[in-house]
Design a binder for this molecule. Structure first.
Ligand code: URP
Ligand code: ZN
Ligand code: ZN
Length: 470
């Protein structure tokens, strides 16, 4: 099957260029200057996609999702089937999900369980990071084995004592192992021990509403843990990637470390760029539970959101992922009625990331090139997928999105919603752009006729080491 995408503007971090893209089978075979050669080819290919007036970008890579994550006595409500279908609808053609090893379990068993959930069920390609919930001699050894299997990044938690938490000694040992095997340590940087005390004290005072989730996780708990993680990484020489950053002070600490030349990186998520403690977490009654996630949404009055956009421009934040971890309001979020600490943590956004961050372009926060860089190209480089993914170049997988900057997308549960949730955390958001065509390895998954994907076509991606190792 050969497809020619014509008359579009190809966007990469390097620039925007009028180019026609020839797709042969599963890969991009040529970029052509629009003109005679392309005109001739148009008559000889199987399909022509007209991208006039539109951007042609590499498919989105969401490097942080949690399909079916066990959390707080329930499971994230998207399966790999529903979650990757929703991702495709929104122009994301690769996800990297987190396989889970809980304390007392073998890492290899956790990974096998994740393969059992994902293999044969995905609409788009997928890889795994591995959560290490119990650092010991066996799990450290397992990290080396997993690197050989294409799992080249490991998430540790400084939060959630008794669940996923690692102490400083365990973190140090895992970082030493990562330095040895070339993998990347991803850190959930919040001081969970201090937070648990603040939570118990708040509940004892009768403060049970969702907003207290945010108030008991003040920015200092994120900044302190960020600083500690960076210092531990510095001792070991391991690279460090801090996930879901929301506090401007924590990112400032990261920026200072980067200015010193340390190999440390930060990720943020759409919820921290747009939503706030006051408006969403503080919504009347129990409504705020929809936006309970960790790290928490931050105060707009304190100006975190604008600072995060700025840090995206300066590359102190390198990637926008979703931390997609959806829970229904009924029966799942409601587990925390009367006790905010029992609300399962997470927001569903995998379908909307490309649109929401494109709106940042429209609003003057980012360039078009930077939009592509932080949603596709850098995630590919960071997590060992480049140039197979994250590029519009000959030889790369034909994961391509045709994006219409003159289109419009109204986000809402009754409008554009394919995630397996009973509400949208993004209800009412209006986007001045539209995902028109989504192609995964040469197959059109989404176009104006609707959805054409096939469950199980998504392949497991054995990832290389990060390109950002030094
Ligand atoms: O609230 C969140 N972030 N839920 C998912 C688990 C995690 O810590 O990433
Ligand atoms: Zn986390
Ligand atoms: Zn997460």
């Amino acid at each position: 099957m050969r497809t020619l995408i014509r008359h579009g503007s190809v966007v990469t971090p390097q620039g925007i260029q009028a180019m026609d893209v020839l797709v042969d089978g599963e890969t991009i075979s040529a970029l052509l200057a629009p003109g005679a050669t392309s005109d001739e080819l148009a008559g000889a290919v199987d399909r022509v996609i007209d991208a006039r007036g539109k951007y042609v970008i590499p498919g989105g890579i969401d490097a942080h999702t949690h399909m079916e994550l066990p959390f707080g006595g329930t499971f994230a409500s998207d399966t790999f089937e529903t979650g990757t279908r929703a991702a495709a609808w929104g122009g994301t053609t690769t996800i990297i999900d987190f396989a889970v090893q809980r304390y007392g379990e073998r890492v290899q068993d956790g990974l096998a369980a994740w393969h059992a959930k994902a293999d044969g069920n995905c609409f788009v390609d997928y890889g795994f990071h591995q959560i290490i919930g119990g650092v010991d001699d066996d799990s450290l050894k397992a990290m080396d084995e997993l690197v050989d299997e294409g799992i080249t990044s490991f998430k540790l938690f400084m939060a959630y004592p008794g669940v996923f938490y690692s102490d400083d000694g365990q973190i140090l040992r895992a970082m030493q192992q990562a330095k040895h095997n070339g993998s990347m340590i991803m850190m959930h940087a919040e001081n969970g021990i201090a937070i648990d005390v603040l939570v118990a004290q708040a509940l004892a005072r009768g403060e049970t509403a969702p907003i207290h989730h945010g108030l008991t996780r003040p920015w200092e708990t994120e900044e302190e843990a960020t600083h500690r993680a960076i210092m531990l990484a510095r001792i070991t020489g391991a690279p460090l990637y801090i996930v879901h950053m929301s506090a401007k002070q924590a990112v400032q600490t990261l920026q200072e470390a980067r200015d010193l030349g340390l190999n440390v990186f930060g990720e943020t998520c759409p919820q921290y760029l747009y939503l706030s403690l006051e408006e969403q977490l503080g919504a009347p009654g129990f409504e705020g539970a929809k936006w309970v996630c960790s790290t928490p949404l931050r105060s707009r009055e304190e100006g975190h959101q604008d600072e995060l956009w700025r840090y995206l421009r300066t590359n102190d934040l390198s990637i926008v992922s979703t931390d997609h971890c959806p829970f229904c309001f009924k029966e799942q979020k409601e587990l925390g009625l009367g006790d905010f600490s029992k609300i399962p943590n997470g927001i569903g956004s995998v379908e909307h990331r490309m649109d929401l961050i494109y709106q940042g372009v429209v609003d003057g926060q980012l360039s078009v090139e930077r939009w592509v860089e932080i949603t596709s190209t850098t995630p590919a480089r960071m997590f060992g997928l480049y140039p197979r993914k994250g590029a519009i170049a000959p030889g790369s997988d034909a994961d391509i999105v045709v994006y219409d900057p003159n289109g419009h997308t109204s986000i809402g549960f009754d409008k554009t919603h394919h995630m397996n949730m009973d509400h949208s955390a993004w209800e009412g958001y209006e986007i001045d752009g539209h995902v028109d065509v989504v192609m995964s390895r040469g197959e059109v998954l989404v176009d104006e006729q609707g959805f054409h994907g096939t469950k199980g076509r998504g392949r497991f991606l054995k990832r290389d080491l990060s390109q950002y190792l030094i």
